[in-house]
Design a binder for this molecule. Sequence first.
Ligand SMILES: *[C@@H]1O[C@H](CO)[C@@H](O)[C@H](O)[C@H]1NC(C)=O
Ligand SMILES: *[C@@H]1O[C@H](CO)[C@@H](O)[C@H](O)[C@H]1NC(C)=O
Ligand SMILES: *[C@@H]1O[C@H](CO)[C@@H](O)[C@H](O)[C@H]1NC(C)=O
Ligand SMILES: *[C@@H]1O[C@H](CO)[C@@H](O)[C@H](O)[C@H]1NC(C)=O
Length: 340
Amino acid sequence: MRPLSALVAAFALTRFAHGLSSSLTPVDAFVSTSPEVAMWVYVPETGNSTDSSQAIVVAIHSCERTADYYYENTGYASLADQYGYIVIYPNASTPSGCWDTTTSKSTTRNGGGDSQAIVNMVAYAVKNFNGNASRVAVTGSSSGGIMVNLLAGLYPDVFQAASVFSGEYADDIYDYSGSRPKMMIYHGTIDATYPYSNLGEELDGWSSVLDVTFSNNITDSPSPGYTKMVYGDGLKLVGVSAAGVGHTVPVDAVTDLSWFCIAPECDGDGLPFEQLEQLDELNQFNKLGGSFELQHRLDKLGGSFELQRRLDKFQSLQSVEWDRYNYLRFLHGREQEDSQ
Ligand SMILES: *[C@@H]1O[C@H](CO)[C@@H](O)[C@H](O)[C@H]1NC(C)=O
Ligand SMILES: *[C@@H]1O[C@H](CO)[C@@H](O)[C@H](O)[C@H]1NC(C)=O
Ligand SMILES: *[C@@H]1O[C@H](CO)[C@@H](O)[C@H](O)[C@H]1NC(C)=O
Ligand SMILES: *[C@@H]1O[C@H](CO)[C@@H](O)[C@H](O)[C@H]1NC(C)=O
């Protein structure tokens, strides 16, 4: 079976071909602090017309790519139709298509560079598209992933959650005592562009900033062949080591939206509740033993994070059932497809 993330990407493309409720739209009116940085948005039809404010996902492309490419290939837009949130796609029109993540303009808070331009986009979306400033997430790949590290470090008061695909740590941390964004950091073990050791450096850096230490590894999570490296209780920092994957770690928007707590099963693994219940039935059927049963009962009393723990535990105990679990996620993807 192909890795789930590849399946998700394939569905995303199909859904795109079937059409979305809205389209990628330029926003000229926001204040850019960088002549090469432009703002594009996807505001779902429903998202822009409801009274309640919407979460915001900032999705940042890599070098040699564009806002349009990220819009078409990552799945955040089709999921925005499903869950109702705004997607901001910043565009870097430098010759390389890379972001400025090194000059002091960009590595200084409110320094007037690319990073501040992106923060200004968030402010614009809050004001003009009814975005919720308390529900802002940022994600990005490669150069965009370095930008995510930078934004999370410099603007902890703007972003609540982040995910990084194949990035690099940016050692620019705003001195701040409030809460900081939760970080999920992916890297491929055979990345030939940015070294795999970047993952360790990012996790070291963030574990110190977020004050959590390594807890445990969960194999085959969030998709087969990947290892989730959990820090603390897994609510603030996780790494994802993608075995045998190169520089392009496929974006897993479904997992991201749970991590961002935009999908209803906050911190879960992208599974709707009914399917988790099915997994529980499987578990009971397999009579896994007292401690897990106890855990299961405790979990019934807990919040949605408990669902993740339950799943993780299930996976670690039941590797033979992994394909079944994967199949359920596959069905979930197809349901999303059918509902378009
Ligand atoms: C959202 O709605 C406002 C008010 O109707 C409108 O001015 C704006 O252009 C819309 N934005 C998008 C991206 O559709
Ligand atoms: C914004 O999000 C926060 C956190 O989820 C929520 O408590 C608040 O009600 C939201 N605000 C609006 C206007 O929807
Ligand atoms: C982004 O910038 C690139 C490079 O200048 C350009 O080709 C592309 O059309 C721009 N817009 C989008 C939406 O990608
Ligand atoms: C956790 O997983 C990573 C990536 O596979 C590995 O490098 C590390 O040694 C593992 N740590 C433990 C304690 O198993």
